[in-house]
Design a protein around this ligand. Structure first.
Ligand code: DOR
Ligand code: ZN
Length: 437
């Protein structure tokens, strides 16, 4: 089977390619890349003029809720959501029920995602049993089963001795810890960022320092143990300063930022819409500016969605009662395109790097690229497509997004996984044989 993508602007950061080129796919792999590849005999030709052709996007922070909370999301709807959002690979967090804390649960996720067969799903095992922060999970077994990292995300590991032991352990396995940095003693009962707007709106605040102090602790422990630490969803100036210094000092530290922390502030909580409730909370203009600046300076390694789908009952309630989280897979690309790339705050090449090579570096895997012989995972973006965010059309079961109703320019146009077109203009292309949901 051959497929030719013609005349798009191909941006491949790993190969330093940026030009109007054709990409030929044969038998699930990249066969050739170049100018005016002959079309003779080819039936499947995609006209990509005016589009941006990139290696497949990777999201290393996704909550799939399966097993246990399938009413919020499951592996089928999560896979569809990823494909529609332009992602060809995702990593899923272990805060499921049961928790991904042993090989059996990890294998369930892997087997189920292979059955679905839409995008690659790489499971993340928990650091501690039941995310309780006390006893380490079966880390070697999780690694053996195919977990690519460890995290108690959703919860911090409050005990420093437990975190230290976990880091010692993952160093032997040569896998990273994805740390949710939050000091619960400072954030407890908090709903929004602590500052002017928490006072104005009368909502309990979470100080930026609840994040900063844990980033400092974990960076210290990573330095002590020599292990790989990845800091999830950073949102503060303090975190950035600590991570920048740690990187300069040579520690194995990486970090990610979400589209919402890059583009929204806590001011929007004013209408008490629980879809703005997220952990860490939306911060201030100064934090947002610092995050965008750090993105450009290479201090932040990748953009990750922290896709956190919730059922309507968990969001259609009092602000204080609502669950935290934003459904992010289907808005990540247009949010970054519209709010950062189109207004000159981030180059398109850097955006692509942050969605492709960056995540690979965090995981320590061979960076995705469009070289002959590599798997044909490709994301094509239409930079001119203008569409309004309509959660009712999401493939995700989570309709919880503060971006709803926004008109955004620059959307994923096509997602190709292993040479197969899986999504086009926000719609899945191949129907799956797995029945409903
Ligand atoms: O807002 C959040 N939601 N932050 C987290 O860390 C966890 C996530 C979830 O699982 O819903
Ligand atoms: Zn998360």
């Amino acid at each position: 089977m051959k497929l030719l993508i013609r005349g798009g602007r191909v941006i491949d950061p790993e190969n330093n390619i940026d030009g109007i080129l054709d990409v030929l796919i044969e038998n699930n792999k990249i066969k050739a890349i170049g100018r005016d590849i002959p079309v003779n005999g080819l039936r499947d030709i995609i006209n990509a003029e005016g589009k941006i052709v990139s290696p497949g996007f990777i999201d290393i922070h996704v909550h799939l809720r399966d097993p246990g909370y399938e009413y919020k999301e499951d592996i089928i709807t999560g896979s569809k959501s990823a494909a529609a959002g332009g992602f060809t690979t995702i990593c899923c967090m272990p805060n499921t029920d049961p928790v991904i804390h042993d090989g059996v649960v990890a294998k369930y996720v892997l087997n189920r995602s292979r059955e679905v067969g839409l995008v690659d799903i790489l499971p993340i095992g928990s650091i501690t049993r039941n995310l309780e922060g006390e006893e380490l999970s079966e880390m070697a077994e999780l690694a053996e089963a195919g977990c690519v990292a460890f995290s108690d995300d959703g919860n911090p590991v409050m005990r420093s001795d437990v975190m230290r032991h976990a880091l010692d352990y993952v160093r032997m396995l040569n896998l990273p810890i994805f740390s949710h940095c939050e000091d619960l003693n400072l954030s407890r009962n908090g709903l929004v960022h602590e500052g002017y707007y928490s006072t104005l709106y009368g909502l309990q605040g979470i100080p930026a320092q609840a994040e900063d102090v844990m980033v400092a602790r974990d960076v210290g422990l990573a330095t002590l143990t020599g292990a790989r630490l990845h800091v999830c969803h950073i949102s503060t100036i303090g975190s950035l300063q600590i991570i920048k210094e740690a990187k300069t000092a040579g520690a194995h530290v990486t970090c990610e930022v979400t589209p919402h922390h890059l583009t929204l502030t806590g001011e929007i909580v004013g209408d008490y819409d629980p879809d703005t409730k997220v952990n860490p909370p939306l911060r201030t203009e100064a934090h947002v500016k610092a995050l965008v600046d750090a993105l450009n300076k290479g201090i932040i390694d990748c953009i990750a969605t922290d896709h956190a789908p919730h059922n309507i009952e968990c969001k259609d309630c009092e602000y204080s009662e609502a669950s935290t989280g934003i459904s992010g897979l289907e808005t990540a690309v247009p949010v970054i395109m519209d709010k950062l790339v189109n207004v000159g705050l981030l180059s398109i090449t850097d955006m692509i790097r942050l969605f492709t090579v960056g995540p690979c570096r965090v995981l320590g895997i061979d960076p995705v690229r469009l070289s002959p012989g590599y798997t044909a995972d490709i994301t094509i973006i239409d930079p001119n497509e203008v569409r309004r965010v309509n959660p009712a059309t999401f493939y995700s079961k989570g309709k919880n997004t503060p971006f709803k109703g926004m008109e955004l320019r620059g959307w994923p146009w096509m997602t190709i996984k292993g040479g197969r077109i899986i999504a086009r203009e926000g719609h899945l292309v191949q129907s799956m044989s797995l029945g409903s949901q």
